[in-house]
Design a protein around this ligand. Structure first.
Ligand code: F6R
Length: 277
């Protein structure tokens, strides 16, 4: 592997610590843009994995800016969302169908027919989840999966104790996740109890992983993900298994890491070319 997004990952999680949330957005957007351009150079359109929540919003804005400025061509680019609530209509403003449309599909000018979100209204959720897995495979797999992290260490809606090998399936949201997401609803009891989510095994199948986190509320989960044991108690620790995972965090989200100087040293002395891949 050489150069670009594929370049200088060292079979370890790459940890990029920057000062502000705006810096996180810029770096993450640039890495996504690079993945799109690399796929285009290889004669294909990229397939992105996209997350909802607050964390990736700055990244999406930055990508939209690049598209508007003519610096990035998103034509033909497909996207798969990580998750969806069970039981709320796609037209509900906080359904992930609606959120992805509002924050990703429209601002980035994606073809809506190429943007998929799991079906939380299917009569047979297991069947719908299997169809979602198949759709990802049929699209050639996800080139780059963008992730946020829950304060409890979840990725997608894989809550603590989720199987590290799990596939897309229905799940019960953790009480903390419902509390955290209550801000998007009129009242906490409106937050759905169940969801469908890509599994950790599904997420790990993406060719590249890119996780963004900002703020002190994420510091404990970020430290557990990067420096804690591989454990279903911190689902994001599964990123330790991925050969091409990068984590972009601000100073506050990095505050409980113990090896900060080492991560910064690595960034100052990048491995390059084949030796670093
Ligand atoms: C979003 C998702 C979640 C969020 C996480 C962080 O599709 O699956 O894992 O990334 O809950 O949410 P925010 O970014 O709102 O703190």
């Amino acid at each position: 592997m050489t150069g670009g997004v594929a370049g200088h990952y060292a079979e370890a999680m790459r940890v990029i610590i920057v000062e502000t949330a705006a810096d996180v957005a810029k770096i993450a957007a640039e890495r996504i843009a690079q993945a799109v351009r690399e796929r285009r150079a290889a004669g294909a359109a990229a397939v992105l994995g996209v997350a909802t929540g607050s964390s990736p919003l700055g990244t999406y804005s930055e990508l939209a800016r690049m598209v508007q400025a003519g610096q990035l061509d998103m034509s033909g680019v497909g996207a798969f969302a990580l998750d969806e609530y069970v039981g709320i209509e796609a037209s509900h403003p906080e359904s992930y169908h609606a959120v992805i449309h509002r924050t990703v599909t429209e601002p980035l000018g994606l073809d809506p027919t190429l943007v998929r979100v799991p079906d939380g209204l299917a009569a047979d959720l297991d069947l719908a989840c299997r169809a979602y897995e198949r759709a990802i495979v049929d699209a050639g797999g996800v080139d780059l999966q963008l992730l946020g992290i829950g304060a409890n260490g979840h990725i997608g809606f894989n809550e603590p104790t989720s199987s590290l090998a799990s596939r897309t399936r229905p799940k019960t949201l953790a009480p903390q996740t419902r509390d955290d997401n209550a801000r998007f609803f009129d009242s906490p009891d409106q937050v759905p109890v169940h969801c469908v989510t890509q599994g950790i095994g599904t997420i790990l199948d993406a060719k590249h992983l890119l996780l963004v986190a900002t703020g002190a509320a994420k510091a404990e989960a970020v430290a557990a993900m990067i420096e804690g044991p591989l454990s279903s108690m911190c689902p994001a620790s599964a990123l330790q298994l991925h050969p091409r995972a990068a984590v972009v965090i601000d100073r506050q989200a990095a505050q409980q890491l113990t090896l900060t100087e080492y991560y910064e040293h690595i960034e100052r002395h990048p491995l390059s070319g084949a030796r670093g891949a």
